[in-house]
Design a protein around this ligand. Structure first.
Ligand code: SF4
Length: 209
């Protein structure tokens, strides 16, 4: 095998990687956003020493194989260098598999799935997903657009509406913003979450949580 070809172990660690006692699943590189702070838009696919560049989008079976026994983890988290809800069917299949073992499932998401699919998917999601961590990224639309460069119109308002729908569907929702990102007002972001009635979590750039 040429040196440039990833080994099977490398590929498995790209699809499923371990941090904080959790297993993180990297199921796509596609995104609805083009965040200016994203590693892949800053010439690297490495996150906390894991190379998250996918050779191809893994099948449900490949993700389950890479994850191994979910009972070895505190939580299974869908989070890579892409938006997991871009592959909603695969995500829901894997989440349903994990739920058989009674292990909590979380998605780290941009909160734009309802905008992408033109329907409210949060009820379906809530049947197999316990928690959502939604990237608010900024306290207003202008700053949000500047930092995340959305491919779809109306993304900021859609992300806020999705968060409220997710809460009403019964998932445990927290919203995040990155401290230190230019112009981001962390207390203002937190006030938005108070209005929606969900939790707030301050993030640090390049730390996976
Ligand atoms: S949503 Fe996440 S993976 Fe996609 S561009 Fe933004 S930071 Fe990168």
């Amino acid at each position: 095998m040429p040196d440039s070809q990833p080994t099977l172990t490398q590929q498995l660690h790209t699809v499923a990687y371990e941090l904080h006692g959790n297993c993180y699943l990297n199921i796509t590189s596609r995104c609805t956003l083009r965040c200016d702070f994203c590693p892949k838009h800053n010439r690297t696919w490495e996150v906390q020493s894991y190379d998250l560049h996918l050779e191809h989008e893994p099948t449900t079976g490949e993700v389950i194989e890479a994850m191994g026994d979910p009972r070895g983890y505190k939580e299974i988290v869908f989070c890579g260098l892409g938006e997991p809800t871009q592959r909603l069917d695969v995500l829901l299949e894997i989440a349903a598999y994990v739920k058989q073992y009674d292990i909590p499932v979380r998605i780290n998401t941009d909160g734009l799935a309802n905008l992408l699919y033109h329907r409210d998917i949060t009820g379906e999601m809530a049947t197999v997903v316990d928690k959502l961590s939604i990237s608010m990224n900024a306290q207003n639309e202008e700053l949000y657009i500047r930092h995340t460069r959305p491919k779809l119109d109306g993304a900021f308002d859609a992300m806020l509406a999705f968060s409220a729908c997710a809460k009403n569907a019964g998932m445990n929702v927290s919203m995040t913003a990155i401290d230190g990102l230019k112009g981001v007002d962390i207390p203002a972001c937190e006030r938005i979450t108070e209005r929606i009635g969900v939790d707030f979590r301050r993030r640090v750039l390049d730390e996976v949580g």
